[in-house]
Design a protein around this ligand. Structure first.
Ligand SMILES: Nc1ncnc2c1ncn2[C@@H]1O[C@H](COP(=O)(O)OP(=O)(O)OP(=O)(O)O)[C@@H](O)[C@H]1O
Ligand SMILES: [Mg+2]
Length: 336
């Protein structure tokens, strides 16, 4: 076990939970809507002037706690949150320590708070920018009821995280798809929320361009990034996946490699594939279950009857409908 964190955590789950990299991607690799870029620049100014204010001007000695620069990168999937965290670390010349919280959460009762503390220790040792990816779970509200052991554990984890943030004087980034559940105490320690919006047409066209190599990717003459940007309302992550799919389709076509190139139809098919895959996921995972039970509302019944009359339904069918409604109302009244 070469990684000190693995030693500190002492169990193999940590291998999947923490990643320490020397960042390579920079802000040149990211195309952002103007509002997101502005918010990110403000966040960076806080980081770059940190040394001036807290070290050179001596305020760090007066204010020893609460110096962590904690940012929340919030927005839909594939809008560039992770890549921007890497670019922040690159701009600061530090390593990036990425923590996937879901995997820090230990199956052993009482271990998770220790794991969180160990992660901060490692970030300190490496002088790394700490990124809590998929941080929705960790920053969620503490539970008022502590009937169950797991609720007590969750509350302890949030408290440990708050203490660690208080004592840490580095940069911490939380990346979340949805920040609505943030614990208010946690919220106070976040300096800046950077909202990652979906890219508009102008940004999408640029993202298509940055996803291919400027000189080595063989693009056919019919490739039109502007048309693709207008046609598909996709995130940067979707465009990234579509380009890879297109490249695979082009490379899989028969003939010598030297004659192969990526055509517009490959890019179109790649994006259609990506969007179709997302629709399937959306339907299976996120579709709300429609309730078939609705409250009995007499006004609604009258509205329906009126509409039936306007639609020229026969009096017999209306009487039948009224009878059914009356029976339902009677049953509901008895049940209540
Ligand atoms: N704004 C962007 N500019 C350029 N490329 C982008 C942008 N957004 C996403 N990409 C591409 O999509 C890939 C995935 O983006 P990234 O992992 O940063 O998204 P994310 O917001 O962290 O998504 P998730 O919430 O699913 O973790 C990047 O590696 C990059 O290739
Ligand atoms: Mg991410």
């Amino acid at each position: 076990m070469a990684n000190p964190l693995l030693r500190a955590l002492g169990f193999s789950d940590a291998k999947r939970a923490v990643d320490s990299i020397a960042p390579r991607r920079t802000f040149d690799d990211v195309v952002l809507p103007p509002a997101t870029r502005r918010a990110l620049e403000q966040a960076l100014v806080q980081v770059t002037s940190f040394d001036l204010i807290f070290h050179q001007w001596g305020l760090g000695e007066r204010h020893r706690n609460g110096l962590a620069l904690a940012f929340n990168f919030a927005g839909p999937s594939g809008t560039g949150k992770t890549i921007c965290a890497e670019a922040v670390a690159h701009a600061l010349g530090r390593r990036l320590l990425t923590v996937r919280y879901a995997e820090v959460e230990s199956m052993w009762m009482g271990e998770t708070p220790k794991n969180v503390a160990a992660v901060f220790r490692l970030a300190r040792e490496q002088d790394a920018v700490l990124l809590f990816d998929e941080a929705d779970a960790i920053a969620s509200r503490r539970s008022a009821s502590v009937e169950h052991a797991f609720q007590r554990e969750t509350n302890t984890v949030v408290s440990v995280l708050l203490q660690e943030l208080e004592a840490f004087n580095g940069v911490v980034i939380f990346a979340t798809n949805m920040a609505a559940n943030f614990d208010p105490a946690f919220e106070r320690r976040i300096r800046t929320h950077v909202l990652f919006d979906m890219p508009g047409v102008v940004e999408r066209e640029q993202i298509w361009r940055v996803q291919v190599h400027p000189t080595r990717t063989p693009l056919a003459a019919d490739v039109d990034f502007h048309a693709l940007a207008e046609r598909y309302e996709a995130s940067g992550g979707d465009i990234h996946n579509a380009v890879l799919k297109a490249a695979m389709m082009a490379a899989g076509e028969p003939g010598p490699d030297a004659s192969k190139s990526i055509h517009q139809r490959h890019l179109d098919d790649g994006m259609r594939d990506v969007l179709a895959g997302k629709r399937v996921m959306h339907q299976t995972l996120a579709r709300p279950v429609e309730s078939t039970i609705t409250a009995f509302d007499p006004a609604e019944v009258l509205r329906r009857l009126e509409s039936q009359l306007h639609n020229g339904r026969t009096p017999v069918s209306i009487a039948f409908l009224a009878l059914i409604i009356a029976i339902v109302a009677l049953i509901l009244a008895v049940v209540r």
